[in-house]
Design a protein around this ligand. Sequence first.
Ligand SMILES: C[S@@+](CC[C@H](N)C(=O)[O-])C[C@H]1O[C@@H](n2cnc3c(N)ncnc32)[C@H](O)[C@@H]1O
Length: 238
Amino acid sequence: MTPSAGEVVRMARDEVIAGQAVYNRTVLAGYDLYVLGFSCRLIWRCPKRLMLANYDRNVGERHLELGAGTAYFPDRCRFPGPAPTLTLADMNPTVLRVSAARIARYRPTTIRADVLQPLPFDDDRLRAGGYDSVGANFLLHCLPGTWAEKGAVLDNAKTALRPGGRFFGSTILSSGVPTTAPARRLMRIYNARGIFHNHGDDLAGLRAQLDARFQDVRVTVRGCVALFEAAAPDDPAR
Ligand SMILES: C[S@@+](CC[C@H](N)C(=O)[O-])C[C@H]1O[C@@H](n2cnc3c(N)ncnc32)[C@H](O)[C@@H]1O
């Protein structure tokens, strides 16, 4: 029997649970200022306006956001129309409450799920092939595992997208990109605490995962952040 979304969340590995558990109300309250403001610009060397521009270029009318955080980008980005359909998927129930409240004007649907497991596409709230875009911003570096294991997130995105739909986001890499001493130090601390899992995350590996599933792949490096955007294959059988 297929486990329900709640059961999948309960069955997740300890490191997966630890990776999302840090996002409590206090952390979320300071997240936009500290992570998206201070750390992005001064430590990772990638200002958040580049991520927002990535959303503006790629976000569609029916959008699925994987790893919602504070929903800063869905709140600020320009959707193609005034009434987008939004689904927020995250493992952390506090994140889902906070992010959904922030963008309540769009009446988002929320799904509690581990993005490293197949998403519950049999649930009425989530339709395979039903999305114009899927966003995964600052998510992959939080997830434990090799690129092959993190590839499960890209499989979920590909399943969710209509042919030609857009997959996009960004992630902090530890190799294949320029890293400063403060960036390396903070990555070491975050990896040791289980907040990041990016010691094996290199640029070539990210590119290979995207190329294996998507077309028109574009990866732009700014500081130690890779911003990516790609299209689901026109032929869903590919
Ligand atoms: C660093 S925050 C990024 C938030 C937002 N996307 C942004 O760019 O600001 C990572 C988010 O991923 C979620 N997350 C971490 N591991 C997850 C998992 N295995 N499944 C689902 N969500 C997860 C966390 O709860 C958190 O909301």
